[in-house]
Design a protein around this ligand. Structure first.
Ligand SMILES: *Cc1c(COP(=O)(O)O)cnc(C)c1O
Length: 425
């Protein structure tokens, strides 16, 4: 993509906003309001996505069917609850670049990571290590360390945490490859994020997967910040497994139901070791209630329980919008929107902040993280007071995420204006 020339000034922001081909999608979402009733500038979709206006009707349909049908709703609801999760399969597969039998929505993210590791982390004396990054999201680190202990190993020996080079904020892909080359034969599992939650670095999942597979490692990804943000190709990249939450870029609401990818090479193998539950049992014979588990020969075979229909309904509202807009178009807008934010920030000579997210569009998603060494939290609070919603991560990072579905170029402009005021004061 040719690098677009941006201009400073509010008029140019208005021009970009008026000519944005995806601009109308903003009207499909509830934008939080400031005290005076005007719209806030919401740049926090990396933490909790906004509510699609259609979500209420999707949820109310199920409330109504429950009210009127009781248990019969499992088969007689307008969208029968028994196979309700299947309504999300096609759109989820499109979103992450998977085949339909490679994806399932279920549980929450950390739960899914554990369930997938129950299958895909099978340590042996020769090969027991897990490779993650030093600044992994705490829940992921807790999960892998506890898996290592569960198998009788010690994280001090079995957990490799990879850091950027001294003085750098992003991990270089060639360093990941070199580590794979040197240590790969002892690594059972590589678990990397699609996008690091803190630095905003997007990783080259294709190359990481190839490097891991070359040494016989299983390669999984936490796509919490990747799903709905990047144009993923999980099948083509030959990723072994992935999991993500849906309340961030996927707008499913607080605590919404999560997603999983299991490569069809594994998904079809009903003999794989797993933690089983009745919802993963072969659909034809599930209600014979027999004693022996027979896995569904797809990602659905990792399901445990019948899922929350209300949570699925809210997610459907958002996934239908993603299907309409298309991830490729959203990613194209996202690159422009984040590029415009970066451009505006560069107009200011202040040395009170430094972007830590890569300046290479291929190595970032919708988020720019700004390091503010002194009084950063005050800056963030001051912005919040002015109705600009970002977030603060200790010790010194402000995360700003212009989301292509509902943020406008004008949002980005208003943020920059208020940010410069706050940083100058
Ligand atoms: C948001 C996030 C989580 C949150 O985990 P839940 O199980 O959904 O509470 C975990 N890991 C990463 C990388 C995240 O970004």
């Amino acid at each position: 993509m040719a690098i677009e020339k941006f201009e400073a000034g509010k008029q140019f922001a208005a021009h970009l906003t008026a000519t944005d081909p995806l601009g109308s999608y903003r009207d499909r979402f509830h934008i939080p309001k400031k005290r005076d009733g005007s719209h806030a500038v919401y740049l926090c979709g990396h933490s909790l996505g906004l509510q699609p206006k259609s979500a209420r009707a999707y949820v109310e349909q199920e409330m109504k069917d429950w009210e009127q049908l009781g248990v019969e709703g499992h088969f007689q609801a307008r969208n029968p609850w028994m196979p309700y999760h299947e309504l999300l399969t096609a759109s989820t597969a499109r979103l992450v670049g998977a085949k339909p039998d490679e994806v399932v929505v279920m549980n929450s993210l950390t739960v899914n990571l554990h369930l997938l590791m129950a299958t895909f982390y099978r340590p042996s004396t020769e090969r027991h290590k897990i490779l993650i990054e030093t600044n992994a999201f705490p829940s992921d680190r807790y999960a892998v360390a506890s898996q290592i202990r569960f198998h009788g190993y010690d994280p001090a020996d079995s957990l490799i945490e990879m850091s950027p080079r001294a003085g750098e904020t992003n991990i270089r892909i060639e360093d990941i490859e070199a580590l794979g080359q040197a240590e790969g034969e002892r690594i059972a599992l590589i678990l990397f994020p699609g996008v690091n939650y803190y630095s905003g670095q997007a990783f080259d999942c294709d190359r990481i997967t190839k490097a891991g597979h070359a040494k016989g490692c299983v390669v999984g990804f936490d796509m919490a910040h990747g799903a709905g943000n990047l144009a993923l190709k999980l099948h083509e990249w030959d990723v072994d497994f992935a999991a993500w939450c849906s309340y961030k870029y996927l707008n499913s609401g607080p605590g919404g139901i999560a997603g999983c990818f299991v490569n069809e090479r594994h998904a079809r193998d009903t003999g794989l070791t797993r933690f089983a539950g009745w919802w993963g049992h072969d659909k034809e014979s599930r209600f014979r209630m027999g004693p022996d588990f027979q896995a569904i020969a797809s990602a659905e075979g990792w399901q445990l329980s019948n899922p929350s229909i209300l949570a699925l309904a809210a997610l459907r509202a958002s996934m239908d919008i993603f299907d309409e807009a298309g991830m490729d178009r959203l990613r194209a807008k996202s690159e422009r929107l984040t590029g415009y934010l970066e451009y505006l920030l560069k107009q200011n000579g202040s040395n009170r902040f430094q972007p830590v997210t890569s300046s290479d569009p291929a190595q970032r998603g919708a988020q720019l993280s700004l390091r503010i060494s002194t009084n950063g939290r005050k800056v963030c609070d001051q912005l919040a007071g002015a109705g600009i919603i970002c977030d603060w991560r200790e010790p010194d990072i402000m995360r700003v995420a212009p989301v292509p579905l509902y943020n406008s170029f004008m949002d980005v402009y208003c943020f920059a204006e208020e940010f410069f005021r706050a940083i100058g004061s």
